[in-house]
Design a protein. Sequence first.
Length: 154
Amino acid sequence: MSSIIISDAWEEDLEQIEKIERESFDNPYPFSLLRAYLQLAEGLFLVARDGNRVIGYCIGIVQYKVRGHLISIASSKEFRRNGVGSLLLQELERRFLKLGCTYSYLEVNVNNAEAIRFYYNRSYRVVRTRKNYYGRNKHGFVMLKSFKGDSGLE
Ligand SMILES: CC(C)(COP(=O)(O)OP(=O)(O)OC[C@H]1O[C@@H](n2cnc3c(N)ncnc32)[C@H](O)[C@@H]1OP(=O)(O)O)[C@@H](O)C(=O)NCCC(=O)NCCS
């Protein structure tokens, strides 16, 4: 794999993003929602590229001017554990911080051990459980990372 570049997502990337979405989630976002996020999450819909290939993506939005919400993140199955997710999250957090956010948060399925560990190792902590967040008996954790005092982000 050559060098990974993180950049804004473009309309032309959506097909590849949808493919990653489908292989990553039981209830993937439909193409139409991914396309809507291109407008809604302007500057915070990022992709990881290896040459012309999209190998990961993430979507964030800023709420109430202070909180960064990680809507979704996934990397292509064949490229996982290669640093793609870390690069995407790092760049999204950098942009949240630049936009004035004081923290970043997300929801994750309580059974998604891999993602929970991924977030935990990047300073996110479980602050709440949202019962039935993903459907009946499918609970979610809210995980949060404060940017205050985190000089590594600046
Ligand atoms: C969670 C997810 C986005 C992480 O993406 P990723 O590209 O694998 O992320 P990274 O490679 O940066 O890090 C993953 C792990 O691989 C490790 N790693 C990174 N590069 C590595 C390398 N060269 N060799 C070995 N391990 C490596 C990281 O240290 C990390 O370990 P940790 O989680 O114990 O800290 C990915 O697993 C995914 O797409 N999951 C499915 C979708 C999903 O559940 N998304 C989250 C929804 S809330």
